[in-house]
Design a protein around this ligand. Structure first.
Ligand SMILES: Cc1ncc(COP(=O)(O)O)c(C=O)c1O
Length: 423
C-alpha cells in the first residue's frame, strides 16, 4: 500500500541548489517558533494555507513603507515605483511558470477566481446546449461549482471521470468520456483531499488530440513540484499565492495568449479599457483586459518574494525532501491499526488523509490542537470525493518543506492520544 519511496524520482540537482538544512530554514518562518497551549507548534495544515518566510513579510513591509501607491495611473514617482515593482513581479511569475509572455499571467484573488474567470468568460462565450465539460471525481469545489454554474447558464453538461479505490483517476474511463461533444477539460494536478498526482501531461495530450482545451488546477501542485506550463502545454493553469508561502488575496491565472485573446472580459471597470464613451467601450490588451479596478498592488510583490525564496531553496530539493518526509509519515501512519488512509495512489504527495475507527475527525482535530498540532478536519471542500470513499469527513495532515520527522512523530503521538481518550 505504501510504495511511496518507490515513486520518488531520482532528481538531478541543480548545481546552484545548496544544502537543504531544515532547521535553519525553519528560522526563516517566525510563526514556527510560537507555542500553542504550551506546546511547540506542529503546523500540518499547509494544504489549506502555508506560512510566510521573513523575506515575504519584509517585502510587503518595504512596499508599504517605502514606495506604495496606486499603479498604472500616476505620473508621480511613487506610482511609477509601485508600477515597476508590480510589473517585475509579473515577469518573475512568468519565469516561474515557464510562460511565453508576461501578459499571459493574469492576477486574480486566488485559484478559485482564476477558475471562475475561465468558466465564466470562456464558457459563456463558447458553450452551447449539449456541449460537455469534463472534470474528475476528485476536484475541489472550486473546480466543480463554477462549471456547474456555467452549465446552468449555457445548457452545457458536466461529466465526471471516476477514480479507483486508491484514489487514482481511471484513465481508460477518462478517455472514453472524451467525445465529440466535449468542449473543455478541467482537472486538478495534485488532489488536496487524496494527495493523488494526476497524469496531467497525458490528460492534456489526449484532450488536445481532439482539440479540447485544458485547465489545470495547480493550487496544490506549485508548492511541491516544478511546473512548466509550456512543457505541459496546458491552455490554462491556476494557483493561489497563499499556499506557495506568499500573501493571501493574490492568485494567478495563466492562459495561452490565443485563448485569452479569444475571450471576452470577465469584469468591467477601470484599467481594463482602452477608451470609454457612453456609446462604446474598447477593451485594453492583455493582461489588463482581465484586471478590472485597482488590483492587489502589494500581493504580487509578496508572491514574487516567495517565489524567489523557494527557487533559492531549489524546487527539486524541496520535492525530494518532502517525498522522503511523506514516505516516513505514510509508513508511520499505516502502522496504526485503527487508522485508515484515504488516498493510496502510487503517485502522490503532500497530503495524508485519514479516518480513525469510531472517532469523528473533528474530535481528532480538537484533541490534536490541544497538543499544539494543527491539522485540518472536514470535507476539505471536496464533498464528492468524500462520498466516493463513504466518509463524511476526514482528518488531514499536509506537509511543507519546513516540517520535520520529529513533527511527524508528534503527529503519531497525538493520534495515539486521541485513540486513548476514546477507548
Ligand atoms: C486543489 C485545490 N483547488 C483549488 C483550491 C482553491 O484555492 P483558493 O481557496 O486559494 O482559491 C484549493 C484550496 O484548498 C485546492 O486545494
Amino acid at each position: 500500500m505504501i510504495g511511496v519511496s518507490a515513486a520518488i524520482p531520482e532528481i538531478e540537482l541543480d548545481a546552484h541548489c545548496h544544502h537543504f538544512d531544515v532547521e535553519s530554514i525553519r528560522k526563516d518562518f517566525p510563526i514556527l517558533s510560537r507555542k500553542i497551549y504550551g506546546h511547540p507548534l506542529v503546523y500540518l495544515d499547509n494544504a489549506a494555507s502555508a506560512h510566510k518566510p521573513q523575506c515575504v513579510i519584509d517585502a510587503i513591509t518595504k512596499a508599504y513603507t517605502e514606495y506604495y501607491s496606486n499603479i498604472h495611473r500616476g505620473v508621480h514617482l511613487l506610482s511609477q515605483l509601485s508600477t515597476q515593482e508590480h510589473d517585475l513581479a509579473r515577469s518573475e511569475i512568468q519565469k516561474f511558470l515557464g510562460a511565453r509572455h508576461s501578459y499571459e499571467i493574469i492576477f486574480v484573488r486566488n485559484a478559485t477566481e482564476g477558475i471562475n474567470l475561465v468558466a465564466s468568460s470562456y464558457g459563456r462565450s463558447h458553450f452551447k446546449p449539449g456541449d460537455e465539460i469534463l472534470i474528475t471525481h476528485m476536484e475541489h469545489h472550486a473546480n466543480i461549482v463554477p462549471w456547474q454554474m456555467v452549465c446552468e447558464q449555457t445548457g452545457a453538461v458536466l461529466r465526471v471521470a471516476p477514480v479507483n479505490d486508491d484514489g487514482e483517476l481511471k484513465m481508460d474511463e477518462f478517455e472514453k468520456l472524451l467525445t465529440d461533444r466535449t468542449r473543455f477539460v478541467s482537472v486538478v494536478h495534485l488532489s488536496n483531499a487524496l494527495g493523488t498526482i494526476n497524469p496531467i501531461k497525458e490528460i492534456i495530450q489526449l484532450a488536445h488530440a481532439r482539440n479540447i482545451p485544458v485547465l489545470v488546477d495547480g493550487a496544490q501542485s506549485v508548492p511541491h513540484m516544478k511546473v512548466d506550463v509550456q512543457e505541459l502545454d496546458c491552455d490554462f493553469f491556476v494557483f493561489s499565492g497563499h499556499k506557495l508561502y506568499g500573501p493571501s488575496g493574490i492568485g494567478v491565472l495563466y492562459g495561452k495568449e490565443e485563448m485569452l485573446d479569444a475571450m471576452p472580459p470577465y469584469q468591467g471597470g477601470g484599467d481594463m479599457i482602452r477608451s470609454v464613451t457612453f456609446g462604446r467601450t474598447l477593451y485594453n490588451s492583455l493582461p489588463y483586459k482581465f484586471e478590472a479596478g485597482t488590483p492587489d498592488i502589494v500581493g504580487p510583490i509578496g508572491l514574487a518574494a516567495a517565489i524567489e525564496y523557494v527557487q533559492k531553496l531549489c524546487l527539486e530539493k524541496i520535492a525530494r525532501y518532502e517525498q522522503k518526509l511523506y514516505a516516513y509519515a505514510t509508513k508511520a501512519l499505516s502502522e496504526i491499526p485503527e487508522l485508515r488512509l484515504i488516498g493510496t495512489a502510487k503517485k502522490r504527495a503532500g497530503v495524508l488523509t485519514f479516518v480513525l475507527k469510531n472517532i469523528h475527525p473533528h474530535d481528532i482535530g480538537t484533541i490534536m490542537d490541544r497538543e499544539g498540532i494543527a491539522i485540518r478536519t472536514g470535507h476539505h471542500c471536496a464533498q464528492p470525493i468524500m462520498d466516493r470513499f463513504g466518509v463524511p469527513a476526514t482528518a488531514r495532515a499536509s506537509l511543507a518543506f519546513y516540517n520535520t520527522q520529529e513533527e511527524i512523530d508528534r503527529l503519531v503521538q497525538g493520534i495515539h492520544k486521541v485513540i486513548e481518550v476514546f477507548q
